[in-house]
Design a protein around this ligand. Structure first.
Ligand code: SP5
Ligand code: ZN
Length: 418
């Protein structure tokens, strides 16, 4: 089931740009210690090698993401990211300090500001902490070029998806930890947010971002938290059990104001495998469908894999393939955007497993029998199973116009529990 025969991804478009390799962070400063870091340019080749061997078509980005970036990020962040490496070099930090990458050292947190407004700092090394919220996400000479190219792959994948071609953006560096005016977690620009914004700008009223990366996409969540047009749903290792991003990604974060019910977090116990992961993915798909979304962005991280060094989840190759099928069964125009995944030996295979599963799901959906089953697949008790007693004829319709609808708070029904 999980082997990847030649040509199995033949209809898939992979959007990739050599410039995504230009970001060479060189290290991560973790707990004050310089470590090699796992978000390396070799990830691009690890993925591309497998996808091209499986017959995927490769194309360059063809959509400038600048206007989309301004919709989801502050101009201050974009200007700073675009010029930080140059100013670091001009500031003499390379010779005087011996540090060739931009690294923050002081963070103007709420605990420091105590209610005073955040001002720009005069020193370049202090200004870094105004935007970067951790010590692991270094900026160097090629970082902006790569981040921009990465966002362009996502914008292009969204355009292709809306034109009827499911597309995969080989976006690197990843994006889902980047907020409106901050960055961290190896992310600089929010690529999934760019793709979702491209879909909204193209005229779709409601879109979903489903995030299967092992970590909670706190940046994507924050960007869309109060909005009732972009659903964000994530399945990830429980931050409450000590995992990045530590401070958000909890189940009670359901969106605010008009966006209530448009955010969904499904935290998993460390050590969780296929069953919990897939139940989570299915639940996210069902909630997005119930909200009547018209297109889908997948934040496709594969660091939930058993061998990945950055997460304690234990999802198998078959699990990733099944996740791809579930996502395809939503039957929506879909852009898949790369996020994390750090085990270089299996990274490409894992991505190909999701994409191969997605392809299988698309083909299955075209048969009338499966379509008929899907029309009745939602259950009012748990939003996952197709139990007849729980069936509701048109859940998407019934929720779509209801401003009062909230995320289901109950657990799984008896048909899928345990
Ligand atoms: C996009 C994405 O997956 N970002 C993940 C960021 C989480 N990084 C947390 C890093 C914690 C330190 N890692 C040390 C690994 C040693 N095994
Ligand atoms: Zn991750």
């Amino acid at each position: 089931m999980t082997s990847m025969p030649d040509g199995s991804l033949a209809r898939l478009v992979v959007v990739t740009d050599p410039a995504t390799r230009a970001h060479r962070p060189g290290a991560e400063i973790w707990l004050g210690v310089r470590t090699p870091g796992t978000e390396v340019p070799e990830r691009v080749d690890a993925i591309l090698d497998v996808l091209t061997a499986a017959g995927a078509q490769v194309q360059a980005p063809e959509r400038d993401p600048s206007d989309l970036l301004l919709r989801i990020h502050s101009r201050e962040l974009l200007d700073w990211l675009a010029s930080a490496a140059e100013r670091w070099e001009a500031g003499g930090y390379v010779e005087a300090v011996g540090q060739d990458r931009v690294v923050p050292y002081v963070f103007p947190t709420a605990a420091m500001l105590q209610g005073l407004p955040l001002r720009p700092a005069a020193a370049t090394h202090a200004e870094a902490g105004r935007f970067c919220y951790d010590t692991m996400t270094l900026v160097g000479p090629g970082t902006w070029e790569a981040a921009l190219a990465s966002a362009a792959t996502a914008a292009t994948a969204a355009r292709l998806a809306l034109a009827g071609r499911p597309a995969y953006a080989l976006s690197r560096p990843p994006g889902h930890h980047a907020t409106r005016d901050g960055f961290g977690g190896s992310c600089y620009l929010n690529n999934a947010g760019v793709a979702a914004t491209a879909m909204r700008e193209a005229g779709l009223e409601r879109v979903a971002i489903i995030d299967i990366d092992a970590h909670h996409g706190n940046g994507t969540q924050a960007i869309f938290y109060d909005r009732a047009d972009v659903f964000y749903g994530s399945v990830h290792v429980d931050p409450g059990r000590g995992w990045f991003p530590h401070f958000m990604g909890f189940a009670d974060e359901v969106g605010s104001g008009a966006g209530e019910g448009w955010n969904r977090n499904i935290p998993l116990e460390p050590g969780s495998g296929d069953d919990a992961f897939l139940a989570g993915v299915a639940e996210l798909c069902a909630q997005a469908s119930a909200l009547g979304v018209q297109a889908l962005v997948v934040s496709l991280g594969v660091d939930a894999a058993e061998l990945d060094p950055e997460s304690p989840l234990r999802v198998s190759r078959g699990g990733f393939s099944a996740a791809g099928r579930l996502l395809a069964e939503m039957g929506l125009p879909t852009a898949l955007v790369q996020e994390g995944g750090y085990h270089l030996e299996t990274l490409g295979l894992l991505v190909a497993d999701v994409l191969g599963g997605f392809r299988v799901g698309r083909v299955a959906r075209r048969t009338p029998l499966v379509r008929a089953q899907q029309r009745s697949r939602l259950c009012t008790k748990c939003y996952i199973c197709a139990h007849a007693d729980h069936r509701r004829p048109r859940p998407a319709q019934s929720h779509r116009d209801s401003a009062r609808w909230r995320a289901p708070r109950r657990g799984l029904c008896r048909d899928v529990a345990g």
